[in-house]
Design a protein around this ligand. Structure first.
Ligand code: 13P
Ligand code: SF4
Length: 365
């Protein structure tokens, strides 16, 4: 007899502790049928159930290597899309709450990027060519656009290397959606700041003149992460005044001045590794999402390391936070009952060229 999908309403009022117990029971029942991939920004009561954790690059690789028939992605929408694209056709990628998106990824869409591409092509010198580079924090159709137009995907851990590859193909780069990652990576490659210009998709010609476009090496999309833009240079100045021996480490989605004033810059995985491997009895100021920072602070406390959050206000990735124990328990119990809920399936016509762009990235990094 066919059983019906279990509705989420039954889980909504569940206490976190009870949801946690049901997650453990469902995971035990599923065994090797499901693997739980978890991004470092996940809340503690979800992260504790992870089989594997990582930054976007590591999680992409893990998704491509996963054996389980079900990949439960505790992250955001674009991450579950990448898992679907890179896994085998019979594997199923699941996002426990479909509302877990990335506000930065939403700042670029295919229609706007295609318009930008057309306008740039008309404005550029006829002998010049441009490589489209999309940050992995973007929808699958934008990755497909890059795959189709000789472009590539990058993550926060490989962006300078990917830019190097891109400039080996063509003279210019169109980088979307995160202007900060693009600018910082260009700066690391010694590209002068005035040769990186902002394309504002809401303005005619992106708000740029033909001369500005002609001079530019990198055209940066007007996108940013609302969490990382909260960190300010004044937070670093205050910390350094108070603790002259303190060490500052930030994510490259932070603004340019924050990156410039930090001692170390890197992906979430890099931040965790650097602090964990750092000398004992040190003090760190960390510019990335709060769940990660709080977990890290707890983990290194015994070595005498003090980890401080960079902002004075709470900066959480509120969309990733939507993946809670209730949604995870609901997803897993449905799988135990033989039902799939919240599958993320990228249509074939997008998945094939998006995979090309992702595989170019994996080969380069
Ligand atoms: P990482 O790839 O460094 O984990 O970054 C993903 C992200 O969305 C940071 O905001
Ligand atoms: Fe997107 Fe920012 Fe959340 Fe990262 S922290 S997933 S860039 S909204």
């Amino acid at each position: 007899m066919q059983t019906a999908t279990i509705q989420f309403d039954h889980f909504n009022a569940l206490a976190d502790k009870e949801a946690g117990e049901r997650i453990r029971a469902a995971k035990a029942a599923l065994g090797k049928k499901a693997v739980l991939l978890c991004h470092h920004y996940q809340r503690a009561d979800v992260y504790e159930h992870a089989d594997l954790t990582g930054d976007s690059l590591k999680l992409s690789r893990l998704a491509g290597e996963a054996e389980a028939e079900n990949i439960i992605f505790c992250g955001v929408h674009f991450m579950a899309e990448v898992a679907d694209i890179l896994s085998r056709p019979e594997q199923i990628s699941i996002l426990p709450d479909l509302a877990a998106g990335c506000s930065m990824a939403d700042m670029a869409n295919l229609a706007k990027v295609e318009r930008c591409w057309r306008e740039l092509s008309a404005l550029m010198n006829p002998d010049e060519k441009i490589t489209p580079v999309t940050y992995i924090n973007s929808a699958a159709d934008l990755k497909a656009f890059c795959g189709t137009h000789g472009g590539i995907v990058c993550t926060s851990s490989n962006a300078p290397k990917i830019l190097e590859w891109s400039f080996n193909q063509r003279e210019k780069v169109l980088f979307f959606p995160d202007q900060h990652l693009g600018r910082w990576s260009g700066y690391k490659m010694n590209i002068p700041l005035d040769e990186m210009v902002i394309w504002n998709p809401d303005l005619e010609q992106g708000g740029l003149t033909r001369e500005q476009i002609s001079k530019a090496k990198i055209i940066l999309w007007h996108g940013f992460c609302s969490v990382h833009q909260m960190f300010q240079p004044r937070d670093i100045i205050k910390f350094r005044n108070q603790y002259p021996d303190g060490i500052v480490i930030s994510h490259p989605e932070c603004g340019f001045e924050v990156c410039k004033q930090s001692d170390y810059i890197g992906s979430t995985e890099y931040i965790l590794k650097t602090v964990k491997e750092g000398p004992p009895n040190t003090r760190w100021l960390v510019g990335t999402e709060l769940n990660l920072v709080e977990r890290l602070a707890r983990e290194v406390k015994a070595e005498g390391k003090i980890v401080q959050f960079m902002a004075s206000t709470v900066c959480m990735c509120s969309t990733m936070q939507r993946i809670d124990p209730q949604h995870l328990a609901w997803t897993l119990e449905n799988l135990v009952a033989g039902k799939t809920v919240n599958q993320i399936k990228v249509p074939e016509h997008e998945a094939v060229p998006a995979k090309t762009a992702l595989e170019r990235m994996l080969a380069v990094s």
